[in-house]
Design a binder for this molecule. Sequence first.
Ligand code: ATP
Ligand code: MG
Length: 247
Amino acid sequence: MKVENEIMNEVIKVNQLNKKYPGGQQALRDFSLVVKEGEIFGFLGPNGAGKTTAIKILLGLLEATSGEVQVLGGNPAQPKVRRGLGYLPETANYYEFMNVLELLRFYGVLCDMSKEEIDRRGDEILELVGLSEVRRRPLREFSKGMLQRAGIAQALLHDPQLLILDEPMTGLDPLGRKRMRDIILSLREQGKTVFFSSHELSETEVVCDRFGILKQGELCWCGHPSEMVGDGDVNLERIFLRFIQEE
Ligand SMILES: Nc1ncnc2c1ncn2[C@@H]1O[C@H](COP(=O)(O)OP(=O)(O)OP(=O)(O)O)[C@@H](O)[C@H]1O
Ligand SMILES: [Mg+2]
């Protein structure tokens, strides 16, 4: 029974993932990772390290060249698994003629939500991300940070069990970042799992339970700075720089 529970708790499980793009670029090398239910996991790595590639594979949007992926106990391509997932893409591509309310209705329908549920939850979420006052403006008039907030609203709308966010802090002003931090912390309180990539080490350090550093497609460190005992004053930035600069 204990073993079964432990397996259930593995919200993300990838084993020996490799991804080689058709052009020949090896974006992931033997990437293995387990993220447990309720964890807030910070996925770090320099530009081009393979974070977005790994995220797209976790979502079933991209196929790995080899290796195994299990998300919420199943294959991410399965509709029942997808419904438990909230995703913020690195670059959003929304219909610009829509306003954010229409955007949420569009996604809500895709997630099988009723109109009443979409409207009730939509109000709540727009308040949470600070877009209530611009809810009727078309997305083409949105600034970069406003679009990012719309993306976060879309990812949260159906109250998913697992949030996979590709650089959620990017483009947000200081208040937006604080809101994002608070959202992540409140998701933790609700027992949700959050897996997100970021270049904002200090922002990430405050909210995450565990971190992984990807370098040229390989996971070169996974853990928490507090585990680096006997190393003097360790913080996430120092660990990051040490692993990234190491040959
Ligand atoms: N569609 C593609 N075709 C070929 N190569 C690609 C493609 N997408 C990404 N790559 C390559 O795969 C590697 C990993 O890219 P990826 O976008 O996953 O990195 P990342 O860690 O998300 O970077 P960033 O921090 O800049 O977002 C890079 O070398 C990139 O050039
Ligand atoms: Mg990326």
